[in-house]
Design a protein around this ligand. Structure first.
Ligand code: ADP
Length: 312
């Protein structure tokens, strides 16, 4: 087993945010935010641009001082962790390094500064698949390679918790696929992975849990499937029938709202597809189509968050 696959041992791996608030002059960037992030799972920290994600992550890492509230990693505030790099690794923006330095030397410098053995530099480069580029200069690295180097640096202390701010930004589809597999792999080893993103579609593919914020406030949190299901409840039913009038009459018995779809079919709100089917059967109405339509998730996400973020 390589170091990268070693099961992490430090701390309980939880991230706990309680009543966290950051006030900038007239703007409350983060507003009484509380959520918890569990080990062994990838958690998507989701919200439109300006929602307060980066500010929250920076407070977690003691880079911004909260106005009030607390944020802990492994049960302690970042500032109180004795060896922070062994608890938490963070990738906040595309990594920067001395242009003329090789990727490997960059990591060795970080190791030396953090009191970690130099061999960790080789190990983490291998973990992120950068060994072939270890001796190439940083200035020749693509954005994807810089992202991998940033992740490698974050993994140097073999942390139980990994925090990444918009890691997919600017990556090509292959880079995004790699990132997804890599982060899921880390969660599979029992690590805590918190990834921010403004893209719901990305989180659907990556996250086990989501924490959704808008205008600095919590909107939803929970397992991604539950949150997505709750967001798309209240779908509608589309039917096509040669007996529109008869069906409309039959549906009057139900708490249903019936609207023509403009193409000869009907859209029915308020009842589910089986109920419509039973009503049609009872009225001996022939159906040519009966479909349950869920609202578009991306649309619901925008509705949930956009109005609030728009004022910033
Ligand atoms: P996100 O990461 O979700 O895009 P941010 O946390 O970067 O959101 O920003 C949240 C809000 O706080 C934005 O309106 C941003 O302009 C504002 N903000 C962030 N940092 C500062 C700062 N240092 N001073 C004033 N306002 C800030």
């Amino acid at each position: 087993m390589s170091d990268g696959q070693r099961s992490p041992t430090t701390g309980d791996g939880q991230i706990v945010v309680t009543g966290l608030t950051k006030q900038y002059k007239n703007l409350r960037a983060v507003d009484d935010l509380s959520f918890a992030v569990q080990p062994g799972r990838v958690t998507g920290f989701l919200g439109p641009n300006g929602a307060g994600k980066t500010t929250t992550l920076r407070m977690l890492l003691n880079l911004v001082t909260p106005t009030s509230g607390t944020a802990t990693i492994d049960g302690q505030r970042y500032a109180d962790l004795t060896e922070p790099l062994r608890h938490v690794g963070a990738v906040l923006e595309a990594s920067s390094a001395h242009k003329g330095r090789t990727g490997l030397n960059h990591l060795r410098v970080v190791c030396a500064a953090a009191g970690l053995p130099a061999r960790r530099a080789d190990e983490v480069l291998d973990m992120v698949g950068l060994t072939p580029a270890a001796k190439r200069k940083f200035k020749g690295y693509s954005l994807g390679m810089k992202q991998r180097l940033g992740i490698a640096a974050a993994m140097l202390g073999d942390p139980r918790v990994l925090i990444l701010d918009e890691p997919a930004n600017g990556l090509d589809p292959e880079g995004i696929r790699w990132m997804r597999g890599f982060l899921k792999g880390l969660a599979g080893q029992g690590r805590t992975v918190l990834v921010s993103s403004h893209l719901l579609s990305e989180m659907q593919l990556l996250a086990d849990d989501v924490v959704i914020i808008a205008a600095g406030k919590l909107v939803r949190q929970g397992p991604v499937t539950e949150v997505m299901n709750s967001m798309t409840q209240g779908g509608r039913v589309r039917v096509r029938t040669p007996q529109v009038e008869e069906l409309t009459v039959a549906l009057r018995e139900l708490p249903a709202t019936v609207t023509p779809d403009g193409q000869g079919g009907l859209l029915i709100d308020g009842v589910d597809a089986p109920t419509v089917g039973r009503a049609a059967l009872g009225a001996k109405v022939e159906l040519h189509e009966l479909t349950s339509e869920r609202p578009d998730l991306e649309r619901v996400f925008l509705d949930l968050t956009a109005g609030k973020a728009g004022i910033r």
